[in-house]
Design a protein around this ligand. Structure first.
Ligand code: GTP
Ligand code: MG
Length: 366
């Protein structure tokens, strides 16, 4: 008899903390006698910061790149079988890229119908963060994001079996209660938890829930493929690049300063064009164990370093992923100009190894 292992999707808005939460949950489950693993899913074909960064944790990470798991059922099933049979994993969790909408129909119902005896479907987890939640609080919204994005946030919440308010380390108790009230009123039929994935607060309660309950496999229409969905998706683009930065003369430079300056130039140019970048991620490697990881969650926010690079190097390998609310051609141009500018400021040259840029609805993308 085939033993069923649990599988679940972690959905949520760009930058809400899906990857950080998956790491915290996996660590917690592993530390408490269970065995969990992650799948890092992305639309880009390669050079995915989330997969590279997650890999540095030493936890079990499998990458599914080149398209959403919604449309890669066979690949997903192959990976799940492998994790079950080879690594004896009890719970596998995968994020869902792009707009984070559609997993209920395209992953949960599909697996339930096509592989009913093989996978137990754990609750579909939706991660929210306080800043993005302001989108559905009109009096608070000053987010520089098009109104179309509200549809996405709402659609994500409708699909949820369980909702998490993340980043509570940034909130007062009164603010936490306010956001929990908001989420409870919007998602009346599902439990809502408050966590800090970064500071590992509240992770145990969520992990226990995920290990104890199953998805309700709700049957609902979230308007996938409809006019609102298309309007929101049309505004988004994906940009991935890998390059080497070199001094060429034996000198070294500060990788953290290079990353910060590069992001600041991108921020300035995106703002000048009245566009936004809900998530820009950079992973920069000096040597095997010395790397930096930074995020910018929109033009109005500070740069966050999850990890800084310790030493100075004369040669840095840099991976950039941008999830933008900007036309793909304009995003490409901004990134090219920003790289030229930062290279000039640091008196370094660069070698580009890989670039891909596409609008979510660009013709011929799939
Ligand atoms: N303060 C705080 N920051 C957090 C928390 N969780 C995540 N972050 C930060 O938020 C940023 C985005 O987190 P990710 O986990 O990469 O978000 P994501 O949802 O996976 O992003 P995408 O995959 O691009 O959609 C990173 O800089 C994280 O360090 C948290 O609990 N508290
Ligand atoms: Mg992520």
């Amino acid at each position: 008899m085939v033993t069923r292992n649990k599988f679940m999707v972690v959905s949520g808005f760009l930058g809400s903390g899906k990857t950080t939460s998956m790491i915290a949950l996996t660590e917690y489950i592993n530390e408490h006698g269970g065995k969990a693993a992650m799948i890092a899913n992305d639309l880009g074909s390669k050079n995915i910061v989330d997969a590279k960064y997650t890999d540095t944790t030493g936890l079990s990470v499998t990458e599914i790149a080149g398209g959403c798991i919604c449309y890669q059922t066979q690949t997903l099933v192959d990976k799940l079988r492998k994790l079950r049979d080879m690594e004896k994993v009890q719970l596998v969790m995968s994020d869902i890229p792009g707009c984070g909408v559609g997993a209920l129909d395209h992953v949960y119902h599909k697996l339930n119908e096509q592989y009913p005896d093989e996978f137990e479907l754990a609750p579909l987890l939706v991660i929210t963060d306080p800043e993005r939640l302001r989108m559905i609080m009109p009096e608070k919204a000053r987010l520089n994001l098009p109104k179309d994005m509200i549809y996405l946030l709402n659609a994500q919440l409708v699909e949820a079996d369980v909702v998490v308010l993340n980043k509570i380390d940034l909130l007062s108790d009164a603010e936490i209660n306010m956001y929990l009230d908001l989420l409870n009123s919007v998602c009346m039929d599902v439990p809502v938890f408050a966590i800090s994935a970064k500071d590992k607060i509240g992770i145990g309660e969520v992990a226990d829930y995920l290990m104890s309950y199953q998805s309700k496999l709700k049957v609902i229409d979230v308007g996938y493929g409809g006019a609102e969905f298309i309007e929101a998706e049309k505004k988004m683009s994906w940009y991935n690049r890998q390059f080497f930065v070199k001094t060429g003369d034996g000198k070294t430079f500060n990788g953290n300063a290079f990353i910060s300056t590069f992001i600041e130039i991108v921020r300035r140019k995106v703002a000048e064009n009245n566009r936004n970048i809900p998530h820009l991620k950079i992973f920069a490697i000096g040597n095997e164990n010395d790397f930096a990881k930074a995020s910018l969650l929109g033009i109005d926010y500070d740069i966050e370093f999850d990890k800084i690079i310790i030493k100075e190097y004369g040669n840095l390998r840099v991976i950039v992923n941008v999830r933008a609310v900007c036309e793909s051609m304009l995003m490409s141009q901004i990134m090219n100009e920003a790289l030229d500018e930062v290279a000039e400021q640091f008196d370094v040259y660069y070698q580009i190894f890989f670039t891909e840029c596409f609008g979510m609805m660009d013709e011929g993308r799939i």
